[in-house]
Write a protein that binds this ligand. Structure first.
Ligand code: FE
Length: 228
């Protein structure tokens, strides 16, 4: 079976059209019928390609970027480097886009980065009240809740309440700062390095850093937490 994205969707589309027998004849392993959005995407893509409006190679390059090249692991590496290398952290705080590019992460939606640091007395939370602005090169695509109207509105009205719902209860004397992303500026929260990580390598530290901690709806848990 053609396991490429397009091949899978085409085969699944054929099965929806009642052509399962054909597929079985050829020994295809059919998966469950794809979701409605997947089918719509296929229809749209087919039309655009057929009319010569998009180049399938360009689409493949875009998909490959989001599947393999951008995502929160990139941001985690930035955070871990900042934790272990004070000179890097300094560059990150003063010229975030440049320091992030040093690790090879740059591109669309990451051109104008600002890093905001969490400390024992300040907690940062990032939102885009207008839509869903998000630093793609280092965090990938935003989670669904980030784009939701309740998160976008309540983060500025009641940030502590929102954080509580994410399971993060902050002490009363911690200052909560909410940063509103725009098309011009994207934020990365530099979380606090948890206690008990003094002997960990940069790579091990990066593995602790979660997407949510870099948006500011969570802290980075110490290595023992949550482990059996
Ligand atoms: Fe936005």
């Amino acid at each position: 079976m053609d396991m490429s994205r397009r091949g899978f969707i085409a085969a699944a589309g054929a099965s929806v059209g009642g052509d399962i027998a054909h597929a079985q004849e050829h020994g295809h392993q059919h998966q469950a019928v794809p979701s409605d959005p997947a089918l719509r995407t296929k229809a749209l893509e087919s039309l655009l390609v057929e009319k010569g409006l998009v180049d399938p190679k360009a689409l493949d390059a875009l998909i490959d970027t989001f599947e393999h090249k951008v995502g929160p692991r990139n941001g985690a590496r930035v955070v871990a480097r900042a934790w272990v290398d004070p000179a890097y952290k300094q560059r990150l705080m003063t010229n975030a886009s440049g320091a992030i590019a040093e690790l090879g992460y740059s591109g669309l939606q990451g051109e104008h980065m600002l890093v905001i640091e969490n400390t024992p007395t300040v907690h940062n939370l990032v939102v885009c009240t207008l839509c869903s602005c998000y630093p793609w090169p280092i965090l990938g695509l935003p989670p669904v809740w980030y784009k939701s109207a309740p998160y976008r509105s309540r983060s500025v009205i009641d940030p502590r309440g929102v954080l509580r719902e994410f399971g993060l209860e902050l002490p009363e004397d911690t200052e909560v700062r909410v940063s509103d992303s725009t098309a011009e500026v994207r934020y990365l929260v530099l979380p606090e390095r948890p206690a008990g990580t003094e002997k960990m390598t940069e790579e091990e530290l990066a593995a602790l850093v979660t997407r949510d901690a870099m948006i500011g709806v969570a802290k980075v848990a110490p290595p023992s937490a949550g482990r059996v």
